[in-house]
Design a protein around this ligand. Structure first.
Ligand SMILES: [Zn+2]
Length: 355
């Protein structure tokens, strides 16, 4: 056990060492101080000092001279960076959609894996970028506009520029070119899109227990919740849990394993779901829509849910569960129609009056 821990910590240290040495590190630049709107005519490549008439516009309109070989190297680096950013975004989007759709994955695990899928292409991109910049043909940009002036990779070129403009040139260790935006694009997608998609693919189901004993509810053999019994209508009745979209085999058992109810349920995106396994046939549920405030139209409209079923997929958002809309602390609903889900004796038994 002890040697296993030692081996584990050695692996972690080696990996951290590898990553820290592979990421773009700070390096020495030669900084030509001053504010530059343009630089004097210099037919010398800023990267390899070859004679050149070509140049490349950097930031605030300053044209930096480069030879054609160095220009095409910069172009290749730019295309490579763009490819990594696209790979990062695509892999994050694919991963978070796929993970959010998996039926029996927890929300935390889905977000965690989506984050891992976002970070891996970024890390690979950074490592590749760092190695490729060491290749003689892949130097990339040699001059960067910074707040202090121009940061140059080539000391000779920086000195010549400093002499021509009469500016101070000093060496400085800088970290330039680490595109933090790369990391945040994929990570942001993972953090924002995964929970949003997860909620669409895993709607809520409220499970109420109107039997005479504690029950455990299952969907396709996966435990959903243990549900305490409720005798009468109560806003905090039952358990609220998430269930994956699609056709699910719902069941409920007593603690001794006796099956109370089994039903084939269609779980639909955007619907509210209610499961009342083993409910007495005399108890019904109904959706009650009440106009409040400016939308007040007097009577509540009632729609009784199929009286022989024990699972319902309801095509509207339920604002209030198991209490009258007017009696709830629903002041924020003023001016709208409040949808309440109610429970009581079935209409045939003199309960809900269906308008
Ligand atoms: Zn060059």
């Amino acid at each position: 056990m002890h040697s296993l821990l030692l081996f584990g910590s050695k692996c972690v240290r080696k990996t951290a060492h590898f990553i820290s040495h592979s990421l773009p590190a700070s390096r020495d630049y030669w900084v030509v101080s001053g504010r530059f709107d343009s630089i004097p005519y210099m037919p010398i490549c800023a990267s390899c000092l070859a004679t050149t008439e070509l140049g490349r516009c950097e930031g605030k309109g300053v044209v930096i001279p480069y030879c054609s070989a160095c220009l095409s190297s910069i172009g290749r680096t730019g295309v490579g960076n763009l490819a990594w950013i696209l790979a990062e975004i695509l892999s994050s989007m694919t991963a978070c959609a796929f993970l959010a759709m998996l039926p029996w994955v927890s929300e935390g695990a889905a977000i965690g894996f989506a984050l891992a899928f976002a970070v891996v292409p970024w890390l690979t991109g950074q490592i590749w970028k760092n190695y490729s910049e060491r290749l003689p043909s892949r130097h990339g940009k040699a001059v960067f506009a910074i707040a202090e002036g121009l940061a140059c990779r080539n000391a000779e070129w920086a000195t010549q520029l400093g002499n021509r403009v009469g500016a101070n040139v000093h060496s400085k260790r800088l970290r330039i070119g680490t595109k933090l935006g790369w990391a945040s694009s994929g990570v942001l997608i993972a953090l924002l899109a995964t929970p949003w998609l997860f909620e669409i693919f895993h709607p809520y189901v409220r499970i109420v227990n109107l039997t005479d004993d504690v029950i455990v509810a299952f969907a396709d053999g996966h435990k959903l919740a243990s549900v305490q019994l409720t005798s009468s209508e109560n806003p905090s009745a039952g358990s609220l849990t998430r269930i994956p979209l699609g056709q699910r085999r719902l069941s409920a058992r007593r603690l001794d394993g006796t099956i109370v109810d089994q039903v084939l349920a269609d779980v639909i995106a955007g619907h509210s779901h209610l499961f009342a396994p083993g409910r007495p046939q005399s108890i019904c549920f109904w959706v009650e829509r009440t106009g409040l405030g400016r939308a007040r139209d007097g009577l509540a409209q009632r729609e009784v849910l199929a009286p022989l079923a024990s699972f319902w997929s309801i095509k509207s958002d339920i604002d209030v569960w198991f209490e009258p809309a007017s009696g709830s602390s629903s002041t924020h609903f003023t001016g709208s129609v409040v949808t309440a889900l109610r429970q009581g004796a079935c209409p045939s038994a003199g309960g809900a009056n269906v308008d």
